[in-house]
Design a protein around this ligand. Structure first.
Ligand code: DI6
Ligand code: FE
Length: 400
């Protein structure tokens, strides 16, 4: 049976992980106009409603990857090989590698080429039931090429059934031409470019990399102040390799999320919880860098901080395009529970993007972005490594 976008649907015989509560419940979903109209049992459906029998399968909100660098040029496989053969990160950087090598390949690529290179990565995410993806700039490091990255990100949303949120991350690294002029880079590229990109409707949020090898809290503070002037929400790569105070800074600015967080403190967790700033954990980067400092998950729980999980898909430190694998790694490496992993890729990931009222839960009024799994319980999604149990994905009520 074909189900048109407008015709109502009654899904029956489902095991629901709603994202709103823990665990699963047996239930039904009524969908109208691409939105969830009702959730429960014994729902009243209009006579014209299409009936979809879920066959006792697990149904979750479509997954949300809330931190990715999916758009970039080239790859860093050769550098990976060099590191395996004993080269240090510094040697590779000195030989023109690292973020700067991706910068060069990204600057050389047209919007079309960036889209073509990103599509297979996007398709990898979507094939696992993802319905919303955040994509950052940050590999162009000039106004023009950062904007090109975000145009490519927006273009992806016209080519696939997916919701894309774009993030201005010009404060990712200092390009070589500004090596001796940090303030000039912030002023003329990060801040000025933010304004231009925002005027073109390309920016949903503003991010930065706060780290000894990237930008200081004082520099990020300026970036955030500009974001506020433009009415844009902020988020930050914080305490990934060392403690810098970025998480607390983000909380002070009422940020959507602070991400990575291996080196965060209990005070940071309390500040983030009080500000409603989501803690986004990125086990792919932890794994690739062979990091040993685990983010303080118990402190986040005790503080009442919402936790999300994401791929951090990027060519250098997390060349991973599987959100299911990210969940498995968050469980095994960081000690998250199955429930935390699922909430972290649905309800809390939506909150990290400011989309909590639009998607990420199975609740009335939200988009009917849903995933049906060949599974009976959420643990069956988190446990396997490299296995995809997706049965069907729906985007705004349409099977895709
Ligand atoms: N944190 C990271 O680990 C990456 N960016 C960031 O903000 C590094 C990205 C790269 O090496 O290309
Ligand atoms: Fe990142």
């Amino acid at each position: 049976m074909t189900v048109s976008e407008k015709s109502p649907q009654l899904w029956t015989n489902a095991r629901l992980f709603t994202g709103a509560d823990s665990g699963i419940t047996a239930g039904e979903i009524l969908i109208r106009d691409g939105q969830i109209a009702a959730v429960g049992t014994g729902l009243d459906a209009p006579p014209e409603a299409a009936h979809i029998d879920c066959g006792g399968r697990l149904v979750t909100p479509a997954l949300i990857d809330c931190h990715t660098h999916l758009v970039y040029g080239g790859n860093r496989a050769r550098e990976f090989q060099m590191r395996l053969e004993g080269a240090s990160y510094a040697e590779i950087a000195a030989a023109g590698g690292g973020i700067v090598s991706t910068m060069r390949a990204t600057r050389e690529a047209s919007v079309h080429a960036l889209v073509e290179q990103a599509l297979p990565r996007l398709d990898s995410l979507l094939s696992e039931g993802v319905g919303t993806v955040e994509i950052k700039s940050g590999y162009g490091l000039s106004v023009e090429s950062e904007i090109r990255m975000l145009r490519a990100a927006r273009k992806l949303a016209t080519l696939r059934p997916v919701r894309i949120r774009t993030t201005w991350l010009a404060a990712h690294a200092l390009p070589p031409e500004f090596k001796d002029d940090r303030a000039g880079y912030i002023e003329r590229v990060v801040l000025a470019g933010m304004e231009v990109a925002h005027a073109e409707g390309l920016v949903d949020a503003v991010d930065g990399f706060c780290e000894h090898l990237a930008f200081t809290p004082a520099e990020i503070d300026r970036v955030f102040a500009k974001a506020h002037d433009l009415g844009l929400p902020v988020k930050l790569h914080a305490e990934q390799l060392s403690w810098q105070g970025g998480a607390a800074l983000t909380a002070r600015h009422g940020g959507l999320s602070a991400d990575h967080l291996e080196y965060m403190t209990e005070d940071d967790a309390r500040a983030m919880a009080a500000a409603g700033t989501v803690a986004v954990l990125l086990p792919g980067a932890f794994y690739m860098l062979r990091e040993t400092k685990v983010p303080p998950v118990q402190a986040l729980r005790e503080a009442g901080c919402d936790i999300a999980v994401s791929t951090d898909a990027n060519p250098g430190t997390s060349p991973m395009t599987s959100l299911l694998l990210a969940m498995n790694m968050a469980a095994v490496l960081f000690g998250l529970t199955v429930d935390e992993c699922l909430k972290g890729t649905t309800a809390n990931a939506a909150k990290a993007l400011g989309l909590g009222a639009e998607t990420g839960r199975i609740a009335p009024g939200l988009a009917a972005d849903l995933a049906i799994w060949n599974a009976e319980s959420p643990a069956e999604l988190v446990n396997p490594m490299g296995f995809n149990p997706l049965h069907a994905r729906y985007f705004k009520g349409q099977k895709v």
